[in-house]
Write a protein that binds this ligand. Structure first.
Ligand SMILES: Cc1ncc(COP(=O)(O)O)c(C=O)c1O
Length: 351
């Protein structure tokens, strides 16, 4: 604390990211990173781009926006890129979500959303997940609200809504913006991107951090109709002209072009998720039906906090949230079969 702080700084409750351990040998299943490395083509592209480090990158990241647009079936003008989807989300909050009426998002969801509301002074209301921890779209029929923000599949539950549920929300709310955070969509859920052409009230946000194994490179993007993208560009160009550096542009383009690598690593993660779900079930866990690269599970007789602490002591990191409704759950990233096997072995010893 200091008398030099701007007043808003006193009021912030910053987001706390999952631990990044310094020591080797830890089984790291706590931050939903991909358990496989990025495509070798990414590393080659980054090495070659390093020759241009002397120069500023393209402020519009044109090559990357074109690659994302071609992959997603939209125009490059409908794509906004940023320094990780966290930055894209932050610009979205500032550019599009601050209105007289409150923003709505689920009571259990990505815990950065309320942090951005605090930073930008945005009022919000939480809509409870149903008893099975699913997003209940009927709960979003609150005329007093201005905007809906959904994470699909939701984090940390992993449960996804079908595209038709998003389409129904859009049709029901033509004058309210619907933002869908699809950080985990590639692991089996249906993207809302095909709905962008028909709905000027939809913004979809995705990332290269999860399914493209590039959490360390920091590339995220939004897809929406041109006026929404223009709002994001106006905020970005009032903040930082070069949020995506030249290595990130080159690496992300190479990642999106290596479809074979993407399909192969994604298939492995989905197969490991099935095995992990089965093994956790056999140990007495209730595992929510995840379409993400993590499982959200609680044991019928052991507390989440105790299990997370005991796993940590034995070199296995998982994520535990001390929050109402979910304090008995563990969020476990789907690792390689070997990593998941180690987790199950340690849990078997504990339970
Ligand atoms: C739901 C959700 N959205 C967005 C992000 C941010 O991802 P990144 O900034 O790495 O793109 C995360 C990261 O874990 C997430 O879980």
């Amino acid at each position: 604390m200091s008398r030099f702080w701007s007043p808003v700084v006193h009021t912030l409750s910053p987001y706390v990211p999952g631990e990044q351990p310094k020591q080797d040998g830890v089984v790291k299943l706590n931050t939903n990173e991909n358990s496989y490395p990025p495509s070798p083509r990414v590393l080659a592209a980054i090495t070659s781009a390093a020759e241009r480090l002397r120069l500023y990158p393209d402020p519009h990241a044109t090559r990357l926006r074109e690659a994302i647009a071609a992959y997603s079936g939209v125009a490059p003008e409908q794509v906004f890129v940023g320094n990780g989807s966290d930055e894209v989300l932050a610009h979205t909050f500032q550019a599009l979500l601050k209105h007289d009426r409150p923003l709505l998002f689920p009571d259990v969801t990505y815990s950065f959303y309320p942090v951005y509301c605090g930073l930008y002074g945005i009022a919000y209301e939480e809509v409870p997940l149903d008893p099975a921890m699913r997003i209940d779209t009927a709960g979003y029929r609150r005329p007093s609200s201005a905007i809906l923000l959904l994470c699909n599949p939701n984090a940390p539950t992993g449960i996804a809504l079908p595209r038709e549920a998003i389409a129904a929300l859009l049709a029901e709310n033509p004058d309210r913006l619907v933002v869908v955070d699809e950080a985990y969509v590639d692991f089996g859920a249906e993207s809302a991107v095909p709905l962008v052409a028909r709905h000027d009230n939809l913004l979809v946000i995705q990332t290269f951090s999860k399914s493209r194994s590039l959490a360390g490179l920091r590339v995220g993007f939004a897809i929406g109709q041109r006026p929404l993208i223009e709002a994001l560009e106006r905020v970005k160009d009032s903040f930082n002209s070069y949020p995506v550096d030249c290595l990130a542009i080159a690496g992300a383009v190479a990642a999106i072009e290596d479809e074979e690598w993407f399909i192969e690593t994604r298939a492995r993660i989905i197969a490991s998720r099935d095995v992990l779900t089965r093994d956790l079930g056999q140990l007495g866990f209730e595992v929510l039906p995840s379409l993400a690269n993590f499982a959200f599970a609680r044991h019928r007789s052991r507390s989440g906090a105790d299990l997370a602490a005991a796993l940590r002591q034995r070199g296995v990191l998982v994520r535990h949230f001390r929050k109402p409704r979910i304090e008995d759950f563990l969020r476990i990233t789907v690792g390689t079969n070997e990593q998941c096997g180690r987790l199950i072995e340690v849990l078997r010893g504990l339970i």
